[in-house]
Design a binder for this molecule. Structure first.
Ligand SMILES: [Zn+2]
Ligand SMILES: [Zn+2]
Length: 353
């Protein structure tokens, strides 16, 4: 077993506002429960962009973003039992948690009472060294946070399941979506398109809500049953009380008031996109219809594995545009203009020292 640190390389933002540029760094030496992997593909998430630019105010530089990781095991620590060299594996948004609180014991590590360790931008629980993400050639992760890529899941397209996928799958499972459920999806980007595919895969009747009718063909192609134009007052009035769950994937400050009357009694609108303020929400539709607004962050490790297995079984895959590592800055700019259908995935074979 290697006791040396892994020399690796990737792309990092060195300061606020800087473009991502090539960066050499080291991964920790293998601990007994660690898995070292070569990264094959990494998805490009909106959080990567926010983190690289310090939009939330807590970034520490340099930042190597990336938390939708597909890889191949190259080496395992002496106590690793679940993985061996050459296995295809995946890592999502978390790489560690306390492992003993009530939430961790329930498999809800994303809700760890002591806070989970993010794949990038978190201090390591043992060394305090900042974690660095998947825009790189190698990563070392404890086996409890490594997922198995099931046979038959397309490696080149699976990466976005690790964040966009689990972020939308988890609320579908929390609120018991299945055949006959009436699900609405607001926003048709990286998260929204996965919400449509997964809700449809679970047997729900799926409606995409959009300000304009021009996304109808795309929505139907992704598996939605219909598109509801949210700026059409008649259509919105007709849709009143007709949803059990609405997944709101809008990533910016917005107004949820027009959507609340669409929920049936005890229906829930769950926010998965915007981290921050909303426009002033009215309590009228909440109280009169006993409706709820909720939030949901990613999902636990066991549920993420369940998602990968479900997608392999149902052949559900994100829609991806594959890019080279050196196209990442352009990809960030296009993401800001919502010019991507629906997720960029970096082919790490394009990253050479
Ligand atoms: Zn993400
Ligand atoms: Zn915990």
């Amino acid at each position: 077993m290697a006791t040396f640190r892994y020399k690796t390389f990737g792309y990092a933002a060195q300061s606020v506002g800087a473009r991502l540029t090539p960066f050499s760094f080291e991964r920790r030496a293998l601990r007994p429960n660690d898995v070292a992997m070569e990264i094959l593909y990494c998805g490009v998430c909106h959080s990567d962009l926010h983190w690289a630019r310090n939009d939330w105010g807590w970034s520490a530089y340099p930042v190597v973003p990336g938390h939708e990781i597909i890889g191949r095991v190259i080496e395992v620590g002496s106590e690793v039992t679940r993985f061996k060299a050459d296995d295809h594996v995946a890592v999502g948004c978390m790489v560690d948690s306390c492992q003993h609180c009530d939430q961790c014991r329930k498999g809800e590590e994303q809700l760890c009472r002591e806070g989970n360790t993010l794949t990038y931008g978190s201090p390591d629980r043992i060394t305090q060294e900042m974690t660095q993400g998947g825009y790189s050639k190698h990563v070392v992760v404890r086996q409890e946070f490594v997922l198995r890529v099931p046979e038959g899941l397309d490696l080149a397209r699976a990466a976005p399941l690790l964040c966009a996928g689990i972020t939308t799958y988890s609320p579908l499972r929390t609120w018991g979506v299945g055949p006959g459920s009436r699900v609405g999806v607001i926003g048709l980007g990286g998260l929204g398109h996965m919400a449509v595919k997964l809700a449809s895969g679970l047997g729900a009747h799926v409606t995409v809500m959009s300000r304009t009718p021009d996304k109808e063909a795309d929505a139907l192609a992704l598996g939605a049953d219909r598109l509801l134009v949210s700026t059409d007052p008649d259509a919105m009035a007709q849709a009143a009380n007709s949803f059990d769950l609405i997944i709101d994937t809008v990533p910016t400050k917005h107004d949820i008031n027009p959507y609340m009357p669409l929920l049936d009694v005890d229906g829930t609108l769950v926010i998965v996109g915007q981290l921050g303020n909303l426009s002033e929400p009215s309590t009228v539709p909440l109280m009169l219809g006993r409706r709820r607004v909720a939030g949901s962050p990613i999902g636990g490790i066991a549920q993420t594995q369940e998602l990968l297995d479900f997608c392999a079984r149902q052949n559900i895959l994100p829609e991806c545009e594959t890019i080279r590592m050196d196209q990442i800055n352009e990809a960030f700019e296009r993401m800001e203009r919502a010019d991507v259908r629906y997720r960029f995935v970096i082919d790490m074979a394009s990253l050479t020292a």
